[in-house]
Design a binder for this molecule. Structure first.
Ligand code: AP5
Length: 221
């Protein structure tokens, strides 16, 4: 039985930070739709071009573009035993499409990181991402050893264009309107585990790991 673990949560909740660690721990491919779009953008593809204006303004990319890209990606061999989704689904139609595509062939667990808005704003304002390997730092909470350089690969640390104060507010509004209803969607199916994401990264990781050892995931390890 395949496992599909979903990391839900608002922008800055720590989905990318935790997914990198949890994916390794569970031996599941880490699939971030935001990273897939940014990769398309940096390669100058038509998909990247279409997604850019939505991402820059803090809006969601239309479902039709997201779904084709996502289902292409999870059809690859490294996802045959399951995968860890970061930033997908983000709308009810996306969640329904995933449910239909998986049918009874997989178990789903939705891990929902809860973090207050003021903490999210501080996290996003100080985030710096490695332009080479994608490693995530924070100027205050996980500063690099050498200013401006990634701890893992020494690549240049940059600020994401959508982390400006104005776009962050827009992303938080979009989250509340379009993504928050997914909590009820997965809670009704008894597939949701809420996790306090405001604690130290190691504590959050420990709770996510415990949730993945719980009854919902039985049979897919
Ligand atoms: P995406 O890249 O998915 O962005 P997001 O969901 O807004 O999430 P973030 O990457 O901003 O935050 P995160 O939760 O991963 O936090 P992180 O770990 O980095 O999407 C970008 C855009 O792409 C969207 O706006 C949309 O346009 C488009 N898109 C993507 N998927 C889509 C979809 N499915 N449908 C439609 N459109 C889509 O942490 C943030 C900072 O906090 C870091 O600096 C980190 O070091 C720090 N931090 C993390 N955890 C902690 C902690 N516990 N304590 C202290 N600091 C911490």
């Amino acid at each position: 039985m395949r496992c599909v673990v979903i990391l839900l949560g608002p922008p800055g909740a720590g989905k990318g930070t935790q997914a990198a660690r949890l994916g390794k721990d569970l031996s599941l491919a880490h699939i971030s739709t935001g990273d897939l779009f940014r990769d398309n953008l940096s390669r100058g593809t038509e998909l990247g071009r279409q997604a850019k204006s939505y991402m820059d303004s803090g809006r969601l990319v239309p479902d039709v573009l997201v779904l084709d890209m996502l289902f292409d990606r999870v059809a690859r061999a490294d996802c045959s035993k399951g995968y860890l989704l970061d930033g997908f689904p983000r709308t009810l139609p996306q969640a329904e499409a995933l449910e239909r595509a998986l049918g009874k062939s997989a178990r789903i667990l939705a891990l929902n990181l809860k973090v207050a808005d003021e903490v999210l704003v501080e996290r996003l304002g100080g985030r710096r991402t490695c332009e080479t390997c994608g490693n995530i730092h924070h100027l205050r909470f996980s500063p690099p050893k050498v200013a401006g350089a990634c701890d893992k690969c020494s690549g240049r640390l940059v600020q994401r264009p959508d982390d400006s104060a104005e776009v962050v507010q827009k992303r938080l509004r979009v989250y509340r309107e379009q993504t928050l209803p997914l909590e009820a969607f997965y809670a009704e199916r008894k597939l949701l585990v809420n996790v306090d994401g405001a604690r130290a990264p190691e504590e959050v990781l420990g709770e996510l790991q415990r949730a993945c050892r719980g009854p919902v995931m039985e049979g897919c390890r």
